[in-house]
Write a protein that binds this ligand. Structure first.
Ligand SMILES: [Zn+2]
Length: 148
């Protein structure tokens, strides 16, 4: 799937946004390494804390169905009833969740207001000096201490 089609899919996913409080609707479309696509929208809650972003919705849907390798995500957001007027970047929490499952060197984050306005970043650009799963892997010295 090309970037324009992925963005179109994110725009369609945005229609399902449940955002009665902020009125800010976000859609995301996640491209998996096998070519499948998972969509997400933001969902708010009267208690606020249980709400979730579109990006994490898409990632968690994919992971919950066994997907672990991802290539790109398209993200679009904007006020209720309006076309996106500016790009919507992922929040810090979503960037960290991307870091858990995506290669910072190659995972592409596609921001835009429409199919003809794409701004493409690598995860490493939006989350520099990040903390990831390999930070918790034992070092060679620790391995040798455990298994002399
Ligand atoms: Zn987020």
């Amino acid at each position: 799937m090309d970037d324009k089609t992925l963005m179109r899919t994110a725009i369609q996913a945005r229609e399902y946004s449940y955002s009665p409080y902020s009125k800010f609707r976000v859609g995301a479309a996640l491209l998996c390494a096998d070519g499948s696509v998972y969509t997400g929208c933001n969902m708010e809650n009267a208690a606020f804390t249980p709400g979730i972003c579109a990006e994490r919705t898409a990632i968690y849907k994919a992971v919950s169905e066994g997907k672990r390798e991802f290539q790109a995500i398209a993200i679009v957001g904007g006020a209720l009833g309006h076309k996106a007027l500016s790009v919507t970047a992922p929040c810090g929490v979503c960037r960290q969740v991307m870091r858990e499952f995506c290669d910072p060197e190659s995972f592409r984050i596609i921001l835009g207001t429409g199919e003809e306005d794409l701004h493409i970043y690598l995860l490493k650009e939006l989350l520099p000096l990040s903390f990831g799963p390999e930070n918790l892997e034992p070092t060679q010295a620790e391995e040798e201490d455990r298994n002399p």
